[in-house]
Unconditional design. Structure first.
Lengths: 505, 306
């Protein structure tokens, strides 16, 4: 029997009120791609942070090639050959590629030599990169390359990848997989964290499934169906949202020739966007993050005003109207960022309900607030959307991500919108809550609301939308009916591989 | 009115002297802000530096020891800011304002017995040949040593930020402290060091006013230079050489308007007095149109969450 590269034995880590990892054990062999599978909050991130030395386990041991391994800090983990690509990129926008990479190395060579090595390694693995470009100007796929190359320059024995494909187009995913397969053939082990089952089935040799911090099973992904793995992950049978057949009404939202500069420096300007949404239709807008999603939401919500004629609601120009005026008409939006944009973190749920609900729910008279009505409204949201909280007086910040997301979406849905625009409605939400949110969106459409759903989750868009379009560098592709679209076609609408070369293996 | 009385050589020579306290304080604050911390206590650290430098050089008779004490005094006061913001995680704006108020009060207390005393003089350097050159000599080579320290610090900070690993790590911490932490850098330790450096620089700047520029001790004698230094860092887009340029511009116009007042120019004194502020800000705003940004983590509280 061979000694595994890394062996985890009974790792436990508890935080106040929650056991993030409860006696988790598994082995990673040499040259193995090991999947770590689980829902949000299952404890995947905590586990890899322990391996990478960012946090210390409360109990349990790790063995590397049979020797005790207890990194006190990431530096020690790196010295032992462990490298990590983070889920939220740990990059510095204002610095260039070479500087970013130098920061992740113990003893970086002089900048000139480093730049040459970056060129060499990146060409070798089919991930071309210019070392002198500023990271803030790179696409998500290219930023990920920076992280991967930073890891590769240290000849890691184990590469940890935390949700690497969540920001990539299908074509970019393919390039990444070629690179990972090449690494595996060279003997590098990979710990691959994801909740995307099909990816794991094509790439990984072995999978460990976590649920609520416990190891609930292991399997060989290629021999296990995606459905079985999903049920292990969730712990119960999954419900798929139902979409009732429905007739589409007249056009509710009509956007023509919408061009908007981005309000933020590293944002993307919208260029000549056209779209129409009919009553009862769900338009899904895909695309890699940072291609104009936030700007589109801002333009539709009224946070960014445009030429009056660029946006029409039931034939009436509304481009110059601000958010409150649009809400009055029935154009409602739920932005992506829960804490800070969709909700005010330190205000109570009642106050948050008031913030967007006051116009349509009639929660104020002549500038004075009707607190009791607001509270009733907040309670109605909590009840109908199964938001887990002791009551509406709790601060938005105290809710878990999924619960707050249900509240934020529910708040808009209950106001009976004529047009609803949502951005990333189920981001960071567990499968059951995501299904509930999608069902609510579909129910709303069935009642005749025109819905625009911006999301990076293609499976979600395929599930709920009637037509699909993709944002790429601020341009929107022509919307097409969702039925019959192939993954290949969707990928091309999203901009293909953004001109990135395929790995030369 | 007699403009002929203004001696251009003396004017340029004295503008460098007028600019040095501002330059010293601003260079220190630039490093602090590059590390992602906003310390509004510059004025307080300057005035504490001014009195500690003044007191020590009067007591020991050595201006050099005075400057060392000034740097230590400024750094010591910044340690209070460190405790508040880096360990107690207090709000940086409020802590900085408190630091200034505290520094003003403390310096007034310490300085009670030093009012009206003349400190030992530092004397100007004299380099054979160079200092004796006509025109260039008096302008560039006949100043006190601390003035050259200020210029050397500017060059040093610029080179450190641009070419060294320490500078890269400092910028990284100011840019994205969470990512720097994830890579294993000691965010708090780096910021503490930057703050101590900023405090020492502000202290030097204060002592320059009380020991060389004026030279004597009066309460509140820094008279807002610390606030100008803060503004200068922003308008200079966090660039060391531009900070030097801004400081000299400010110092130059200050000296020029004093000369104009003395020459009796027919412009109301108030307009002349406000001119350094307006012109410096105007020029630097025009320069900063090149979209340079503040360090992205500036003023944000860092708390390691794992």
């Amino acid at each position: 029997m061979t000694i595994p590269l890394l062996s985890l034995q009974g790792l436990t880590k508890a935080y106040p009120g929650v056991v993030a990892n409860d006696h988790v054990s598994f082995d990673i062999g040499d040259g193995e791609v090991h999947a770590l599978l689980g829902e949000n909050g299952a404890g995947k991130s905590t586990l890899v942070k322990m391996i990478y030395g960012l946090i210390k386990p409360d109990s349990g041991t790790m063995l590397m090639r049979g020797q005790p391994y207890a990194p006190s800090e990431p530096r020690a983990a790196r010295a032992d050959g462990i490298a990590m690509v983070f889920q939220h990129f740990s990059l510095f926008d204002a610095l260039n590629v070479a500087e970013n990479i130098a920061l992740g190395m113990e003893n970086p060579p002089p900048m000139g030599d480093l730049a040459a090595r970056i060129r060499e390694v990146s060409e070798n693995y089919g991930l071309p990169l210019d070392p002198y470009r500023t990271v803030g100007d790179l696409s998500a796929g290219e930023r990920q390359r920076v992280e991967i190359i930073r890891c590769l320059l240290q000849d890691p024995k184990l590469l940890i990848m935390d949700e690497p494909t969540s920001v990539l187009t299908p074509q970019e995913v393919e390039i990444l997989f070629e690179t990972l397969k090449k690494l595996r053939s060279e003997g590098t082990s990979i710990l691959y964290i994801s909740h995307k089952l099909e990816e794991i089935r094509t790439l990984c040799d072995h999978a460990t499934i976590l649920r609520l911090g416990k190891n609930v099973g292991e399997c060989v992904p290629a021999e296990t169906s995606a459905r079985d793995m999903a049920e292990l992950m969730v712990g119960s049978a999954l419900q798929t949202p139902e979409r009732a057949g429905r007739a589409l009404g007249p056009v509710a939202l009509d956007v023509t020739g919408l061009s908007v500069p981005s309000p933020s420096e590293f944002g993307t300007a919208l260029k000549n966007v056209h779209l129409t949404v009919r009553k009862g239709e769900v338009l899904g807008i895909g695309g890699v993050a940072g291609n104009g999603q936030d700007e589109l939401l801002g333009a539709l919500s009224g946070e960014i005003t445009t030429a009056a004629d660029a946006i029409k609601f039931n034939g009436q120009p509304i481009g110059r109207l601000g958010p409150t005026a649009r809400r009055k008409l029935g154009v409602l939006t739920a932005p992506e960022e829960r804490l800070g944009h969709a909700a005010a973190p330190d205000m109570s749920l009642t106050e948050n309900a008031l913030l967007t609900g006051s116009v349509r729910e009639n929660l104020e008279t002549r500038g004075f607030l009707k607190w009791s009505d607001a509270r009733v409204f907040a309670e109605r949201i909590i009840k109908s959307f199964d938001v887990r909280t002791p009551g509406p007086e709790n601060a938005a910040r105290s809710l878990s991500g999924g619960n707050l997301q249900k509240f934020v979406i529910g708040r808009e849905v209950l106001q009976n919108p004529e047009v609803l625009v949502v951005n990333q409605p189920t981001w960071g939400v567990d499968a059951a809550a995501a299904a509930a949110i999608r069902q609510a969106i579909l129910d709303l459409a069935a009642q005749g609301t025109a819905v625009v759903c911006i999301s990076q989750d293609l499976d979600e868009l395929m599930e709920i939308s009637d037509s699909f379009a993709a944002l790429n560098e601020g341009r929107l592709s022509t919307p097409r009916p969702t039925a019959g679209l192939t993954v290949e076609e969707i990928g091309l609408m999203m901009g293909g591989a953004h001109g990135m070369e395929v790995a030369h293996v | 009115m007699n403009l002929g009385e203004i001696n251009p050589i003396l004017l340029i020579a004295s503008l460098m002297v007028a600019a040095t306290p501002l330059l010293l304080a601003a260079i220190g604050e630039l490093v602090v802000e590059k590390a992602g911390v906003l310390n509004l206590g510059v004025e307080g650290m300057m005035i504490v530096g001014a009195i500690s430098g003044f007191a020590i050089s009067v007591e020991t008779g050595s201006p050099w020891l005075g400057f060392v004490a000034a740097a230590m005094g400024g750094a010591l006061l910044s340690l209070l800011f460190v405790l508040l913001t880096q360990f107690a995680l207090a709000n940086q704006v409020a802590s900085g304002l408190a630091l200034t108020l505290f520094g003003l009060g403390l310096s007034a207390l310490l300085g009670q017995s030093y009012v009206g005393i003349k400190p030992p003089s530092m004397g100007d350097i004299h380099i054979p040949v160079l200092s004796d050159l006509p025109v260039i000599g008096p302008i560039l080579f006949q100043h006190d040593p601390i003035l050259y320290v200020g210029i050397a610090l500017t060059a040093g900070v610029w080179a450190m930020l641009k070419y060294t690993r320490a500078g890269l790590i400092l910028r990284a911490v100011g840019e994205n402290h969470d990512a720097a932490h994830a890579l294993g850098y000691k965010v708090v330790r780096i910021r503490v060091l930057a703050l101590l450096f900023g405090g020492a620089c502000a202290g030097l700047g204060g002592a320059y006013i009380s020991l060389i520029r004026v030279p004597q001790w009066t309460e509140g004698m820094t008279a807002g230079v610390g606030w100008i230094a803060l503004a200068l860092v922003v308008f200079a887009s966090w660039k060391p050489w531009r900070t030097l340029l801004g400081a000299y511009l400010f110092g130059g116009i200050t000296v020029l308007q004093l000369n104009l007042q003395a020459a009796g120019v027919a412009i109301p004194v108030e307009y002349l007095a406000m001119s350094p502020y307006i012109i410096t800000i105007l020029v630097l705003v025009i320069l900063s149109a090149d979209k340079s940004r503040a360090p992205a983590s500036l003023g944000r509280i860092f708390h390691a969450s794992h």
